[in-house]
Design a protein around this ligand. Structure first.
Ligand SMILES: Cc1cc2nc3c(=O)[nH]c(=O)nc-3n(C[C@H](O)[C@H](O)[C@H](O)COP(=O)(O)OP(=O)(O)OC[C@H]3O[C@@H](n4cnc5c(N)ncnc54)[C@H](O)[C@@H]3O)c2cc1C
Ligand SMILES: *[C@@H]1O[C@H](CO)[C@@H](O)[C@H](O)[C@H]1NC(C)=O
Length: 570
């Protein structure tokens, strides 16, 4: 038996596994990440990067290389058939929006999944870790205190097979839709397989088409051909989909794909279809598990949910799973929280996944009925900025109870009022958000902060997101409403790297007593932090390491309750 120093074994080197590894390593938890395949992971695949994912990259300090390489979503041009030359209409798949103080990223971007993964690999390498290729999980068993795994290692050509048996405190299966961790755990994977609504997808070099536009011919009620420019000059990502096509025949060879393009784009002599670095034939499966955990083994990403590619949620959802799990597993692995904290991973993510399946399936059905292809046009939800965990048992919202109590007082119904009763309907994608911040929501950004006491003429402002990180909670104490001194003294009871404190003072207002105990004291120079976070009743907001509001709280006692609930388990 080899004793590997890693605490967590991550099985599968796709985006979900990579983000989990980065998050755990940034939190100081040693990981080992294995990948059975040696082959480079090719292709554009899940190329749509949603705004919420860009925020996640910002919290992981890896957004710059993504922004540098990704491209905006181009205008779509649909052509009239049978000639295929004249433009029938032109529309924005995703109209370009300007960032706001609360939303630095409002536009989805496009970047091939292969390139995105190299950025994850670079980030991982800086943390001293690489994906161990050619290493496959074969089987595992678990006890109450460890997982024992049987691995097989092979060379790039399948040579030098070696067996290995090792123990880990935790294992996470991010081994994709066909992965074995879910199966070996015996988890259900209920749903459906679509036989008609298939896709042939891939990347192809095309000459004679402008790379400023996303080109489309036909629609999927018959045959849809889509050619979208990529970040690589001359390379287009394609989709062929339709009720009336023989997928097996088209996908049989590169030549038959090129033939299909010619046939369904009006046989234009000015377009030359060239080499295809990657292609695949995709049958939508719409399925999900009913739990992400059994004992010391967890799963995430495609291994826990598969769905239609319409709406571009796949990669985004997998990495959000990992982002949700990473900090919790880190606290547990470090012995700071009880393992029962991990239950909140399933509790928070399952309703999000269910809604994601619903939305992507609705889009699939609409696409194949030919009524829409402008899937992101009104895609506010698909941007994932509204995804929330308001029902979670580890978030606390006292604003709501204070407001409700006031109302109840007015109605003289105080005695039978249940403060924490929450019969609100779960709206996991936040389709009907009223704009009021609640615990469980995405924590908004606020630009225009200034380090307290560093005044003009060289005003240097920065955004709140610069303080958020996957390594710590951030407690925001708004000096107008919170007893900062009491709050900061309470925060001193916790390990220094568990929570960072920020005192937020209105422009030109005095610094409250106790501010010397804070990690940051900032002046809300442009007023955006007060605008985004406060109403008149609660001046204390705790932001979790995954950029979610964990607590909207009244005072130091509530703060203690929040961390007791989180750290002790329940
Ligand atoms: C053809 C195609 C088109 C797609 N289009 C889109 C799109 O337009 N938009 C979108 O958002 N998403 C799209 N997706 C989905 C997206 O690619 C996936 O959602 C994403 O890759 C999931 O990431 P993951 O890390 O969860 O799993 P994967 O990327 O599947 O990674 C799992 C990895 O685990 C490895 N593995 C499996 N078993 C073992 C084992 N026993 N031991 C070791 N390693 C193992 C596998 O080799 C694999 O590399 C598409 C996917 C495909 C296939
Ligand atoms: C999505 O949810 C709505 C509302 O619950 C429901 O009416 C609809 O049938 C669902 N769509 C799919 C494709 O599951």
């Amino acid at each position: 038996m080899i004793r590997n120093p890693a605490t967590v074994l991550i099985v599968g080197g796709g985006p979900s596994g990579l983000v989990l590894a980065i998050s755990l390593l940034q939190n100081g938890v040693p990981v080992r990440i294995i990948e059975k395949s040696w082959a480079a992971r090719l292709g554009q695949r899940g190329a749509g990067i949603m705004p919420r994912s860009l925020e996640l990259f910002s919290h992981l300090r890896m957004v710059e290389p993504v922004l540098k390489r990704a491209i905006n979503v181009p205008l779509v041009r649909k052509y009239k058939l049978p000639e295929g030359v004249e433009i029938a209409h032109e529309f924005a798949m995703s109209p370009i929006l300007s960032p706001t103080p609360a939303n630095p990223f409002l536009n989805p971007l496009l970047l091939g999944q292969d390139i995105l993964e190299t950025i994850f690999h670079d980030t991982l390498a800086k943390l001293g870790c690489t994906v161990e290729k050619g290493t496959e999980l074969v089987s595992f068993t678990q006890t109450t205190d460890h997982v024992e795994v049987n691995l097989v290692k092979r060379g790039p050509d399948g040579e030098n097979e070696e067996k290995e048996k090792t123990r880990y405190a935790w294992m996470v299966g991010t081994d994709g839709a066909k992965g074995s961790v879910r199966k070996q755990l015996g988890l259900s994977f209920l749903g459906e397989t679509r036989t008609v609504e298939n896709f042939v997808v891939g990347d192809i070099c095309v000459e004679g088409l402008s790379s400023k536009y996303w080109h489309m011919w036909g629609d999927a009620s018959e045959v849809l051909v889509s050619l979208r420019p990529t970040e690589t000059k001359g390379l287009f990502n394609f989709i062929i989909a339709g009720r009336n096509i023989n997928y097996g025949q088209i996908a049989a060879s590169h030549d038959s794909v090129r033939e299909c393009f010619r046939k369904h784009t009006g046989d234009r002599k000015d377009i030359k279809f060239g080499v295809m670095p990657w292609m695949s034939y995709y049958t939508p499966n719409i399925r999900m598990v009913d739990t992400f955990q059994k004992g010391r083994v967890l799963i995430g990403g495609d291994s826990g949910h598969v769905h239609s590619p319409t709406g571009g949620q796949g990669v985004n959802t997998g990495i959000q799973d990992s982002f949700n799990l990473g900090w919790k597993l880190a606290l547990v692995a470090k012995g700071l929280a009880h393992p029962s904290l991990l239950k909140s991973y399933t509790q928070e993510r399952l309703p999000v996944i269910a809604e994601m399946l619903n939305q992507t399936t609705e889009l699939l059905d609409r696409t194949f009925s030919g009524t829409t292809i402008g899937e992101w046009q009104n895609g506010g939800n698909l941007f994932q900025l509204g995804v929330n965990y308001r029902w979670s048992s580890i978030v606390i919202d006292e604003r709501k109870s204070v407001e409700a109590a006031k109302e109840a007082e007015e109605d003289a119904l105080m005695e039978d009022f249940d403060f924490y009763d929450d019969d609100e309907k779960i709206d996991s994608y936040g389709t009907e958000l009223d704009g009021r911040l609640r615990a469980g929501d995405r924590a908004p950004d606020a630009s225009g902060l200034v380090k307290y006491g560093t005044s003009t003429p060289f005003l240097k402002t920065y955004p709140l997101f610069q303080i958020f990180a996957v390594t710590h909670h951030t407690a925001l104490a708004f000096a107008d409403f919170a007893d900062c001194e009491e709050v900061l003294r309470e925060l001193r009871r916790y390990p220094r790297d568990l929570v960072k404190s920020v005192v937020i003072v209105r422009r030109k207002k005095a610094c409250p007593p106790g501010s010397n105990l804070a990690d940051y004291v900032v002046e809300d120079y442009d007023g955006h932090a007060y605008e985004a976070y406060t109403s008149s009743v609660c001046g204390l907001v705790v932001v979790r390491p995954d950029g979610i509001v964990g607590g909207i709280l009244r005072d130091a006692t509530s703060l203690r309750k929040y961390f007791q609930n989180l750290l002790a388990g329940h």
